[in-house]
Ligand binder design. Structure first.
Ligand SMILES: O=C([O-])[C@@H](O)[C@@H](O)[C@H](O)[C@@H](O)C(=O)[O-]
Ligand SMILES: [Mg+2]
Length: 441
């Protein structure tokens, strides 16, 4: 049961014009699909799937590691971790500060004008992100070889379905120069409520998250209040991605006490999050200031957060996510889950990981409703019922790659000639005066 080959296919898929604190989603998301071909020991092969960002650095790093996988055991993820560290790490000093990691991990902030090839050595955070992508493909292959769903390899299911929240965005009606999309415009409280209604009617979501940091805070407070009126029982969350100062965060927290289930990354850094947490009863959540195990202790000491959003793409894969659940339990944190634009392989992986993580105390984020019509896996297992997903059946992740769709998405990628996400540049190409500095309010 040895690895024969790793195929890394960069793809691009359509994305609506969603607004965030950094700018505007471009018409296409860059992503990569991993196919890990393994000798099944019986004269055939199985292929394990993975999905991750298609950021050029990630592609370079994956390609480099892929060249060293032939002949290795697909069951040895410890050796994989050592291999990734050896190939991408090295002895040189690496800036592993949260700021340095954030620059690369967010996939959202500005890329430098000229990149060249991926930097080596890569930071510990970036090495973990490469490992995470491969770990999913390894576990999918293991499950296929053993005839078991991945959740069983993670210790077994603690729940049969995984709850997701409806992810709301301020958005334009369509990309400039293109037709309006099916979701329509959402630039005020009425538009946000309309969007929420559409997502709830389609998918049955029971909780809602608004991506904030886009409109002046008072307008976002109004949008949350409008959601509360329309959905009196739904847990509500607001995430401005550090677009606010501490003072503004205090004011918004005061206004929304008793309304929000949690407030996500209002202000930048563990220190200011700790200061705010001391003054508000709204639980503070993060996917920006606690992004690796080394951040947990300082977060406890400063009282910075009540909830961490895990994400198997950078917390060390699916096993790393279940470990994070245990760490959060020990730290007294709750656990939710973060998402970035993604397709079905990632959604299946998230669902297996969440189904095996006892602590998971909140519905998970997902961008899938925005992008599902572009998926490269066959339709079937990934339909939300009452806002939740059943664990995909079948061996491994339980999803099947559609090769024709994969090829088409790869052609789209090649046609774009783009290597990085640039939400800021895209917004500024229509609104040259857009002020994107953080914090903004
Ligand atoms: O898709 C977006 O615009 C989100 O803002 C995403 O990039 C964030 O990483 C994320 O969803 C978050 O919770 O911060
Ligand atoms: Mg967030």
């Amino acid at each position: 049961m040895r690895i024969l080959e790793l195929r890394v296919t960069p793809i691009a898929f359509a994305d609506p014009p969603l607004l965030n604190a950094d700018g505007l989603h471009q018409p296409h998301v860059l992503r990569a699909v991993l196919e890990l071909v393994v000798d099944d020991g019986r004269g055939g092969t199985v292929t394990g799937l993975g999905e991750c960002t298609g950021h050029a650095f990630q592609l370079d790093w994956l390609t480099l590691v892929g060249q060293h996988l032939h002949g290795r055991s697909v069951f040895d993820t410890s050796a994989l971790r050592l291999l990734v560290d050896a190939l991408l790490g090295g002895a040189a000093e690496v800036d592993d500060s949260p700021e340095a990691s954030w620059r690369v991990w967010s996939d959202r902030t500005e890329a430098p004008e000229s990149f060249g090839t991926a930097p080596l050595p890569a930071s510990a955070f970036d090495r973990r992100r490469v490992y995470s992508a491969l770990e999913v493909a390894f576990l999918d292959a293991q499950g296929r070889l053993l005839g078991l769903p991945v959740v069983e390899l993670l210790g077994g299911r603690v729940r049969e379905t995984v709850p997701y929240s409806g992810y709301l965005f301020y958005k334009w009606a369509g990309h400039p120069g293109a037709a309006d999309d099916e979701f329509g415009e959402a630039l005020d409280p009425e538009g946000i409520v309309r969007q929420a209604r559409l997502l709830v009617d389609r998918h049955g979501f029971g909780s809602l998250k608004l991506k904030g940091g886009v409109m002046p805070p008072d307008e976002e407070i109004e949008a949350i209040r409008a959601l509360r009126r329309e959905f009196p029982d739904a847990p509500l969350r607001l995430d401005p991605n550090t677009a606010w100062t501490l003072e503004t965060s205090r004011r918004v927290a005061d206004e929304l006490t008793g309304v929000l289930e949690y407030l996500e990354d209002p202000v930048k850094g563990l220190d200011d999050m700790g200061r705010l947490a001391a003054e508000t009863s709204i639980p503070l959540a993060t996917n920006m200031c606690v992004v690796k195990l080394e951040d947990v202790r300082p977060a406890i000491l400063r009282g910075s957060v009540a909830i961490v959003l895990g994400d198997h793409h950078y917390w060390g894969g699916m096993r790393g996510t279940t470990t994070l659940g245990d760490v959060c339990l020990a730290a007294g944190f709750g656990l939710s889950m973060h998402s970035n634009s993604h397709l079905g392989i990632s959604l299946a992986a998230m669902t297996h990981a969440a189904a095996a993580t006892p602590l998971l105390s909140y519905a998970c984020d997902t961008h899938y409703p925005w992008n599902r019509s572009s998926d490269v896996v066959q339709e079937g297992p990934l339909s939300f019922v009452d806002g939740a997903l059943a664990i995909p059946e079948g061996p491994g992740l339980g999803v099947t790659l559609d090769q024709a769709r994969l090829r088409a998405a790869h052609e789209t990628y090649l046609g774009l000639g783009r290597e990085h996400r640039r939400d800021g540049d895209y917004l500024r190409s229509f609104s040259p005066d857009a002020k994107l500095v953080l914090p903004r309010w």
